[in-house]
Design a protein around this ligand. Structure first.
Ligand code: ADP
Length: 254
Protein backbone atom coordinates (compact mmCIF):
# COMPACT_ATOMS: atom_id res chain seq x y z
CA UNK A 1 0.00 0.00 0.00
CA UNK A 2 0.93 3.65 -0.35
CA UNK A 3 1.79 5.58 2.77
CA UNK A 4 2.35 9.00 1.32
CA UNK A 5 0.25 11.06 3.69
CA UNK A 6 -2.76 11.41 1.43
CA UNK A 7 -6.34 11.07 2.63
CA UNK A 8 -9.35 9.44 1.05
CA UNK A 9 -11.65 12.37 0.30
CA UNK A 10 -15.33 12.23 -0.69
CA UNK A 11 -16.66 15.43 -2.19
CA UNK A 12 -20.41 15.97 -2.59
CA UNK A 13 -21.04 12.32 -3.32
CA UNK A 14 -24.56 11.41 -4.42
CA UNK A 15 -25.92 7.92 -5.05
CA UNK A 16 -29.55 6.92 -5.62
CA UNK A 17 -31.32 3.59 -5.80
CA UNK A 18 -34.38 3.97 -7.97
CA UNK A 19 -35.71 7.36 -6.98
CA UNK A 20 -34.28 7.28 -3.47
CA UNK A 21 -31.11 9.18 -2.64
CA UNK A 22 -29.24 6.77 -0.39
CA UNK A 23 -26.47 9.36 0.02
CA UNK A 24 -27.10 12.93 -0.88
CA UNK A 25 -24.00 15.11 -1.04
CA UNK A 26 -21.66 13.40 1.42
CA UNK A 27 -18.32 15.02 2.25
CA UNK A 28 -15.84 13.00 4.27
CA UNK A 29 -12.08 12.71 4.79
CA UNK A 30 -10.35 9.58 6.06
CA UNK A 31 -6.85 10.58 7.09
CA UNK A 32 -3.83 8.27 7.10
CA UNK A 33 -3.36 6.56 10.45
CA UNK A 34 -6.60 8.06 11.82
CA UNK A 35 -9.74 6.23 12.87
CA UNK A 36 -12.86 7.74 11.34
CA UNK A 37 -16.18 6.63 12.79
CA UNK A 38 -19.28 6.71 10.60
CA UNK A 39 -22.51 6.52 12.56
CA UNK A 40 -26.19 7.20 12.04
CA UNK A 41 -29.58 5.50 12.22
CA UNK A 42 -30.47 2.49 10.08
CA UNK A 43 -30.88 3.49 6.46
CA UNK A 44 -28.90 6.72 6.85
CA UNK A 45 -26.39 5.72 4.15
CA UNK A 46 -23.41 4.32 6.08
CA UNK A 47 -22.97 1.09 4.15
CA UNK A 48 -23.63 2.84 0.85
CA UNK A 49 -20.86 5.32 1.69
CA UNK A 50 -18.49 2.45 2.46
CA UNK A 51 -19.47 0.75 -0.80
CA UNK A 52 -18.74 3.91 -2.79
CA UNK A 53 -15.30 4.17 -1.18
CA UNK A 54 -14.61 0.48 -1.79
CA UNK A 55 -15.51 0.94 -5.45
CA UNK A 56 -18.53 -1.32 -5.31
CA UNK A 57 -20.73 1.54 -6.48
CA UNK A 58 -19.73 4.42 -8.72
CA UNK A 59 -20.99 7.76 -7.40
CA UNK A 60 -23.69 9.39 -9.44
CA UNK A 61 -22.29 12.84 -8.64
CA UNK A 62 -19.23 14.04 -6.77
CA UNK A 63 -15.93 12.25 -6.52
CA UNK A 64 -13.77 10.01 -4.38
CA UNK A 65 -10.04 10.71 -4.41
CA UNK A 66 -6.89 9.37 -2.82
CA UNK A 67 -4.52 12.03 -4.08
CA UNK A 68 -5.86 11.33 -7.56
CA UNK A 69 -9.39 10.14 -8.37
CA UNK A 70 -10.19 6.54 -7.51
CA UNK A 71 -11.40 4.62 -10.52
CA UNK A 72 -15.18 4.50 -10.19
CA UNK A 73 -15.35 1.18 -12.01
CA UNK A 74 -17.10 -1.25 -9.69
CA UNK A 75 -14.07 -3.19 -8.49
CA UNK A 76 -14.93 -5.26 -5.44
CA UNK A 77 -11.60 -4.41 -3.89
CA UNK A 78 -9.33 -1.45 -4.27
CA UNK A 79 -6.28 -3.45 -3.28
CA UNK A 80 -4.27 -1.86 -6.05
CA UNK A 81 -4.71 1.53 -4.34
CA UNK A 82 -4.09 0.11 -0.87
CA UNK A 83 -7.72 0.03 0.25
CA UNK A 84 -9.07 -3.11 1.93
CA UNK A 85 -12.46 -3.79 3.48
CA UNK A 86 -14.40 -6.25 5.57
CA UNK A 87 -18.01 -7.34 5.17
CA UNK A 88 -20.84 -7.37 7.70
CA UNK A 89 -21.19 -11.12 7.21
CA UNK A 90 -17.79 -12.84 7.34
CA UNK A 91 -17.08 -14.61 4.06
CA UNK A 92 -15.57 -17.90 5.06
CA UNK A 93 -14.89 -21.20 3.32
CA UNK A 94 -15.87 -23.56 6.13
CA UNK A 95 -14.00 -26.62 4.87
CA UNK A 96 -10.72 -24.73 4.48
CA UNK A 97 -8.29 -23.95 7.30
CA UNK A 98 -8.26 -20.59 9.00
CA UNK A 99 -4.85 -19.95 7.43
CA UNK A 100 -6.16 -20.67 3.92
CA UNK A 101 -9.10 -18.38 4.54
CA UNK A 102 -6.76 -15.56 5.51
CA UNK A 103 -4.38 -16.29 2.62
CA UNK A 104 -7.27 -15.67 0.22
CA UNK A 105 -6.85 -11.98 1.11
CA UNK A 106 -3.31 -12.01 -0.24
CA UNK A 107 -4.43 -13.43 -3.56
CA UNK A 108 -6.93 -10.65 -4.15
CA UNK A 109 -5.38 -7.94 -6.24
CA UNK A 110 -6.73 -5.06 -8.28
CA UNK A 111 -8.23 -7.37 -10.88
CA UNK A 112 -9.50 -10.36 -8.97
CA UNK A 113 -12.78 -10.72 -7.16
CA UNK A 114 -13.10 -12.75 -3.98
CA UNK A 115 -14.31 -15.74 -5.98
CA UNK A 116 -11.49 -15.54 -8.51
CA UNK A 117 -8.98 -15.29 -5.68
CA UNK A 118 -10.55 -18.30 -4.05
CA UNK A 119 -10.23 -20.36 -7.20
CA UNK A 120 -6.75 -19.29 -8.17
CA UNK A 121 -3.75 -20.69 -6.34
CA UNK A 122 -0.65 -18.53 -6.11
CA UNK A 123 1.27 -18.90 -9.37
CA UNK A 124 4.65 -19.51 -7.76
CA UNK A 125 5.81 -21.26 -4.64
CA UNK A 126 7.59 -18.07 -3.52
CA UNK A 127 4.35 -16.12 -3.78
CA UNK A 128 2.63 -18.77 -1.74
CA UNK A 129 5.32 -18.68 0.98
CA UNK A 130 5.20 -14.90 1.15
CA UNK A 131 1.42 -14.83 1.37
CA UNK A 132 1.46 -17.57 4.01
CA UNK A 133 3.98 -15.63 6.10
CA UNK A 134 1.85 -12.49 5.78
CA UNK A 135 -1.28 -14.45 6.70
CA UNK A 136 0.39 -15.80 9.86
CA UNK A 137 1.44 -12.25 10.80
CA UNK A 138 -2.12 -11.04 10.24
CA UNK A 139 -3.48 -13.88 12.39
CA UNK A 140 -1.00 -12.96 15.11
CA UNK A 141 -2.12 -9.33 14.89
CA UNK A 142 -5.75 -10.31 15.59
CA UNK A 143 -4.68 -12.80 18.30
CA UNK A 144 -5.77 -16.00 16.52
CA UNK A 145 -2.46 -17.44 15.34
CA UNK A 146 -3.07 -20.57 17.43
CA UNK A 147 -6.10 -21.41 15.26
CA UNK A 148 -4.24 -21.22 11.92
CA UNK A 149 -4.63 -24.90 11.13
CA UNK A 150 -8.16 -25.38 12.45
CA UNK A 151 -11.02 -25.76 9.97
CA UNK A 152 -12.80 -22.43 9.70
CA UNK A 153 -16.24 -23.96 10.35
CA UNK A 154 -15.06 -24.91 13.87
CA UNK A 155 -14.71 -21.25 14.81
CA UNK A 156 -17.18 -19.14 16.73
CA UNK A 157 -18.92 -16.21 15.11
CA UNK A 158 -16.79 -13.72 17.03
CA UNK A 159 -13.59 -15.44 15.91
CA UNK A 160 -14.74 -15.30 12.28
CA UNK A 161 -15.17 -11.54 12.61
CA UNK A 162 -11.48 -11.26 13.54
CA UNK A 163 -10.54 -13.64 10.70
CA UNK A 164 -12.33 -11.26 8.33
CA UNK A 165 -10.09 -8.43 9.58
CA UNK A 166 -6.97 -10.60 9.33
CA UNK A 167 -7.81 -11.33 5.70
CA UNK A 168 -7.95 -7.60 4.96
CA UNK A 169 -4.66 -6.99 6.82
CA UNK A 170 -2.81 -9.45 4.59
CA UNK A 171 -2.99 -6.78 1.91
CA UNK A 172 -1.05 -4.39 4.20
CA UNK A 173 -3.60 -1.76 3.34
CA UNK A 174 -3.02 1.96 3.75
CA UNK A 175 -6.79 2.23 4.38
CA UNK A 176 -9.14 -0.29 5.96
CA UNK A 177 -12.93 -0.05 5.72
CA UNK A 178 -14.72 -1.95 8.51
CA UNK A 179 -18.45 -2.64 8.14
CA UNK A 180 -19.96 -3.13 11.61
CA UNK A 181 -17.12 -5.23 13.00
CA UNK A 182 -18.57 -5.26 16.53
CA UNK A 183 -21.93 -6.79 15.54
CA UNK A 184 -22.61 -9.87 17.66
CA UNK A 185 -19.50 -9.46 19.83
CA UNK A 186 -19.50 -9.50 23.65
CA UNK A 187 -18.20 -6.60 25.71
CA UNK A 188 -14.83 -8.26 26.24
CA UNK A 189 -14.55 -9.01 22.51
CA UNK A 190 -15.45 -5.42 21.63
CA UNK A 191 -12.64 -4.23 23.93
CA UNK A 192 -10.27 -6.55 22.08
CA UNK A 193 -11.56 -5.24 18.75
CA UNK A 194 -11.08 -1.65 19.90
CA UNK A 195 -7.46 -2.30 20.88
CA UNK A 196 -6.85 -4.00 17.54
CA UNK A 197 -8.28 -1.06 15.56
CA UNK A 198 -6.23 1.44 17.57
CA UNK A 199 -3.09 -0.61 16.84
CA UNK A 200 -3.95 -0.75 13.11
CA UNK A 201 -4.24 3.05 13.13
CA UNK A 202 -0.96 3.41 15.03
CA UNK A 203 0.80 1.46 12.32
CA UNK A 204 -0.29 4.08 9.81
CA UNK A 205 -3.44 2.60 8.31
CA UNK A 206 -6.42 4.93 8.06
CA UNK A 207 -9.62 3.24 9.23
CA UNK A 208 -13.26 3.89 8.35
CA UNK A 209 -15.36 2.34 11.10
CA UNK A 210 -19.06 1.91 10.30
CA UNK A 211 -20.57 0.92 13.61
CA UNK A 212 -23.76 0.99 15.65
CA UNK A 213 -21.86 0.59 18.85
CA UNK A 214 -21.59 4.21 20.01
CA UNK A 215 -19.28 3.47 22.98
CA UNK A 216 -16.70 1.90 20.67
CA UNK A 217 -16.90 4.85 18.25
CA UNK A 218 -16.50 7.45 20.98
CA UNK A 219 -13.70 5.63 22.76
CA UNK A 220 -11.34 5.02 19.80
CA UNK A 221 -12.12 7.42 16.94
CA UNK A 222 -10.13 10.51 16.00
CA UNK A 223 -12.90 11.83 13.74
CA UNK A 224 -16.63 11.08 13.67
CA UNK A 225 -19.16 11.72 10.90
CA UNK A 226 -22.86 11.37 11.66
CA UNK A 227 -25.19 10.62 8.77
CA UNK A 228 -28.93 11.16 8.74
CA UNK A 229 -31.12 10.57 5.66
CA UNK A 230 -28.05 10.34 3.45
CA UNK A 231 -26.62 13.66 4.56
CA UNK A 232 -23.88 14.64 7.00
CA UNK A 233 -25.67 15.79 10.15
CA UNK A 234 -22.45 16.50 12.03
CA UNK A 235 -18.71 15.92 11.79
CA UNK A 236 -15.92 16.49 14.28
CA UNK A 237 -14.02 14.97 17.13
CA UNK A 238 -15.85 12.59 19.49
CA UNK A 239 -15.93 15.39 22.09
CA UNK A 240 -17.55 17.77 19.60
CA UNK A 241 -20.07 15.18 18.44
CA UNK A 242 -21.12 14.33 21.99
CA UNK A 243 -22.05 17.98 22.51
CA UNK A 244 -23.85 18.40 19.18
CA UNK A 245 -27.50 19.16 20.02
CA UNK A 246 -29.13 17.59 16.97
CA UNK A 247 -27.01 14.47 17.22
CA UNK A 248 -27.78 14.02 20.87
CA UNK A 249 -31.53 14.37 20.36
CA UNK A 250 -31.77 12.46 17.06
CA UNK A 251 -29.31 9.71 17.62
CA UNK A 252 -27.81 9.40 21.06
CA UNK A 253 -31.22 9.68 22.70
CA UNK A 254 -30.18 12.41 25.15
P1 ADP B 1 -27.17 2.19 6.62
O1 ADP B 1 -25.92 1.44 6.31
O2 ADP B 1 -26.91 3.50 7.31
O3 ADP B 1 -28.17 1.37 7.37
P2 ADP B 1 -27.66 2.01 3.77
O4 ADP B 1 -26.50 2.67 3.14
O5 ADP B 1 -27.67 0.54 3.82
O6 ADP B 1 -27.87 2.61 5.24
O7 ADP B 1 -29.00 2.48 3.05
C1 ADP B 1 -29.30 3.84 2.74
C2 ADP B 1 -30.60 3.90 1.97
O8 ADP B 1 -30.40 3.31 0.68
C3 ADP B 1 -31.74 3.14 2.60
O9 ADP B 1 -32.93 3.85 2.32
C4 ADP B 1 -31.71 1.82 1.88
O10 ADP B 1 -32.99 1.23 1.86
C5 ADP B 1 -31.27 2.22 0.49
N1 ADP B 1 -30.49 1.16 -0.19
C6 ADP B 1 -29.26 0.72 0.18
N2 ADP B 1 -28.81 -0.21 -0.68
C7 ADP B 1 -29.78 -0.37 -1.61
C8 ADP B 1 -29.93 -1.19 -2.79
N3 ADP B 1 -28.96 -2.03 -3.17
N4 ADP B 1 -31.08 -1.07 -3.50
C9 ADP B 1 -32.05 -0.22 -3.12
N5 ADP B 1 -31.97 0.59 -2.06
C10 ADP B 1 -30.86 0.52 -1.30
Amino acid sequence: GQRDGRSIVLRDVVLSFGGVRAIDGVNLEIRPGQIHGLIGPNGSGKTTTLNVISGYYAPEKGDVTLGSPLDPAAAVTRAGRGIARTFQTPRIVGEASVLDNVMIGGSIDGRATFLEALLSLPRHREDERRIEADALLALRAVGLEALAHVRADRLQHSELRFIEIARALVLRPSFLLLDEPAAGLSGVEIDHLGRLIVEIGRQGTGVLLVEHHADLIFSICDDVTVLNLGRVLAAGTPAEIRLHKEVVSAYLGG
